[in-house]
Design a protein around this ligand. Structure first.
Ligand SMILES: *Cc1c(COP(=O)(O)O)cnc(C)c1O
Length: 371
């Protein structure tokens, strides 16, 4: 089945009791046990499983080309489940440019559990090789990366990880399975913040881990999901499924608008640099062209005149919304260093943009007047 078809139907099943075409929401926290003590219908208690969650997990496994998926209450809960599945004394390799929540959870929480981490620039495979240790269990990828849109060669880094006996995990939030399929390139696990493009409407928080194989490592993640209990509500799962139905149409629309905005920004004298992998002079353009079917809806740019000039541009927008997050219908702009906190290495004149689904001429005119 083609991915557009999987997305449009979002792995739904016609409700056998009523014929309902849109899936019912199963709010029940618990499920009836058969007279013989069995659970013949497969559901016991909603922390362990729920029909809406199961449908979302089946859908995500199909979209990413994996065998199984585990849904969580946020992207960070999904990401943390991967680190929780490791053991004290294990070592991981993390990208230098990466969602700040991922680096923070490793540095502030998992380091106390004895997890060792090395941060490297993943765009240079030789540095990844140099960072490997005998106890390296996992190499983490995020491509395009947050917030300067570095592009990592998924197949090359997965091969390096596997040579060292380590797993390779990719945060595919920014590309979505429509634009990039890491599991087909050798990556073992994909994680998502479903809060972003999958949900797509700025109205739900969620996360998911998708596995290429039914490995022991994934079974640990599955048990962390139900034992630890950071699970999404049935309605959250339903909202993400509803978002997925239009994902295949939305991603090319986000990408098309983002490219036009990146080209516009590149020509403005007040703009010092534009970071968008769809631009031919972006250092990751060739790799992005090889492993993505579109360059996505995220970009960032640096304003001439430092932090004050950048805040001035953000203050001047009328169509863009000043807010963090991404992947919804409304275009968002944010001063990134100030949201990432004191440890941030993001340039202080950088604005991050999530290009929504408005008419691109309105977005360009808005940026033009703000600049
Ligand atoms: C937003 C985001 C996350 C965190 O997801 P939450 O749903 O906010 O917990 C992780 N990775 C990337 C790339 C993100 O953009």
């Amino acid at each position: 089945m083609n991915i557009e078809t999987i997305a449009a139907q979002a792995a739904h099943k016609i409700d056998s009791a009523t014929g309902a075409v849109a899936p019912p929401i199963y709010l029940s926290s618990t499920f009836e046990r058969d007279a013989d003590g069995q659970y013949g219908r497969g559901f016991v208690y909603s922390r362990s499983n729920n029909p809406n969650r199961q449908a979302l997990e089946e859908c995500m496994a199909l979209l990413e080309g994996g065998t199984s998926a585990a849904a969580f209450s946020s992207g960070m809960a999904a990401i943390s489940s991967v680190f929780q599945a490791l053991s004290p004394g294990d070592h991981i390799v993390l990208p230098g440019d990466c969602y700040h929540g991922t680096s923070q959870v490793v540095q502030e929480i998992f380091s106390q559990w004895g997890l060792e981490a090395t941060t490297v620039d993943l765009t240079d495979p030789s540095r990844v090789r140099g960072a490997l240790r005998p106890n390296t269990r996992l190499v983490w990828i995020e491509t395009p990366s947050n917030p300067v849109l570095k592009i990592t060669d998924l197949a090359a880094i997965a091969a390096i990880a596997h040579d060292a006996g380590a797993l390779c995990v990719s945060d595919n939030t920014w590309a979505s399975p429509i634009l990039q399929q890491p599991l087909a390139l050798g990556v073992d696990l994909v994680v998502h913040s479903t809060t972003k493009y999958l949900g797509g409407h700025e109205d739900v928080l969620g996360g998911v881990v998708v596995s290429r194989e039914d490995s022991d490592f994934f079974r640990r993640i599955r048990s962390i999901q139900s034992r630890y209990g950071a699970v999404p509500s049935p309605f959250d799962c339903w909202l993400v499924m509803r978002g997925i139905r239009t994902l295949a149409l939305r991603m090319p629309a986000h990408s098309e608008r983002a490219l036009k905005i990146a080209r516009f920004l590149q020509e403005q004298s007040q703009v010092e640099a534009v970071h968008y992998p769809g631009l031919p002079d972006h250092p990751g353009h060739a790799t992005a062209s090889a492993q993505m079917s579109g360059y996505g809806g995220m970009l960032s740019f640096q304003v001439r005149g430092g932090i004050e000039a950048a805040f001035g541009v953000a203050a001047g927008v009328k169509v863009f919304v000043r807010a963090t997050s991404l992947g919804g219908t409304q275009s968002l702009i944010e001063h990134r260093a100030s949201i990432e906190g004191p440890a941030s290495t993001t340039p202080d004149n950088l604005l991050r943009v999530s290009v929504g689904l408005e008419n691109v001429d309105d977005l360009i005119a808005d940026l033009a007047q703000a600049l």
